[in-house]
Design a protein. Structure first.
Length: 402
């Protein structure tokens, strides 16, 4: 009986939260409207133009068989390191250059196409769910914190932590990881490309049309989550929920002498990282602590990104609690890495807090062009890595033959 009551209460909690949210919107209609407009502006100005080229290009490359070609060439690299197939290199580069939620989108796509198993998808997602350099350096470091030096530290901390998480998750259900022959040959890669193209079978025009339509549909869903969480975090701050959570969290952190304002900003950022970055930048704590807090938030990525990821990963068999654990570890490791990097690259950060200059907001055109540049760099990196892998295997085979 007690168990049934608990189950009923658990079922009622989401409805209760939705009801409280509705009452909050009715209590603050103007503020909720302004928060929704702010979220819409972020989506249309930066997220949509930044992600659209990557989403379209990745779907086209998958349909043309380019990913299968690269997978064969890069399997000897990704397999020993992360216990993942070669296609994970494509997901990694696309995620690093474009940002959230490109990695989750590609993992879900490959999983639904049965290119990867559920365990491989879990491993890939652990290190292929990353922020993009445009957000970390342009929006956060320069635009919010007014410190170009901090951008380099945040960038290396974030990607370094992602790689470490990938190396940790290589042991996730490693008993089920079966490694096939990973020998590299150009004919084998071309055969894989040709076979994938035959299985897809769509004409180029249809493939491009499907890629654009699917990409826009996914981005509209992403935009909806951004607008929704912009409203949620604004309301949570107005009804003092974040203040209450920050007060509770500050109690065990008192021995570490962490400023309560930084705790509050970090708690807010755990819901939405853009708002969190802005709140952290406005605190009066030393820049070193700001960099660590922002590194944690970007690694964690925020409940808004998690909600987008959960929606994208529906039906893939990926365990979401494992994903959340990986993201928390990602943020924690990134924050820890930032401290020694700050001491080396930006030693004065321990003393200065830096002024809050206001958010730098490039236009739609700047985001789109920068996204195209990053896409070109990403594809070039994949091709060069594949060529290096092929050349290395050729040299190794010749040496073994002798």
């Amino acid at each position: 009986m007690d168990g049934q009551k608990i189950t009923k209460w658990r079922a009622a909690i989401p409805g209760l939260i939705a009801f409280i949210l509705l009452l909050s919107i009715l209590a603050y209609p103007k503020e909720a409207y302004q928060a929704a407009l702010s979220g819409l502006d972020i989506f249309l100005r930066s997220v949509f133009p930044a992600l659209l080229p990557f989403f379209i290009a990745s779907e086209i490359m998958v349909g043309l068989g380019a990913v299968d070609f690269l997978s064969v060439l890069l399997d000897p690299v990704m397999g020993p390191l992360f216990r993942c197939p070669g296609c994970s290199s494509f997901i990694w580069v696309m995620s690093v250059t474009s940002g959230y939620p490109t990695g989750a989108r590609l993992v879900a796509l490959f999983r639904k196409q049965k290119r990867i198993t559920a365990d491989e998808a879990q491993r890939i997602l652990s290190f292929c769910s990353t922020s993009g350099p445009l957000f970390m350096i342009g929006a956060v470091a320069i635009g919010m914190m007014g410190s170009p030096e901090s951008g380099t530290i945040i960038l290396f901390s974030h990607y370094g932590a992602a790689i470490l998480i990938g190396l940790v998750f290589r042991f996730y259900r490693s008993g089920n990881a079966k490694r096939e022959d990973s020998s590299v040959s150009l004919p084998k890669a071309l055969s894989a490309l040709n076979e994938a193209r035959k299985q897809d079978g769509r004409p180029i025009g249809e493939l491009m049309g499907d890629s654009v339509r699917n990409s826009v549909n996914i981005l509209l869903m992403v935009g909806g989550f951004i607008i929704f969480f912009s409203v949620v975090i604004d309301l949570l701050m107005r009804i003092r929920v974040i203040d209450f959570i920050a007060a509770v969290v500050s109690v065990p952190l008192k021995p570490f002498h962490i400023d309560p304002s930084l705790v509050k900003a970090t708690i807010g950022g755990m819901f939405e990282i853009t708002m969190g970055g802005k709140l952290v930048s406005m605190t009066s704590v030393p820049m070193q602590q700001k960099i660590a807090a922002v590194s944690f938030l970007i690694g964690w990525s925020g409940l808004s990104i998690h909600a987008q990821t959960a929606s994208i990963l529906t039906g893939t068999g990926i365990r979401f609690n494992r994903y959340l654990l990986g993201k928390f570890l990602h943020g924690t490791i990134a924050a820890l890495i930032s401290f020694p990097l700050t001491l080396v690259l930006y030693p004065e950060a321990a003393e200065v807090s830096g002024p809050f200059p206001g958010t730098l907001s490039p236009g739609w055109k700047e985001y789109f062009l920068h996204s195209l540049n990053l896409l070109s760099v990403g594809i070039l990196c994949i091709v060069l890595t594949a060529a290096a892998s092929y050349a290395w295997n050729r040299i190794r085979k010749k040496a073994a033959g002798r």
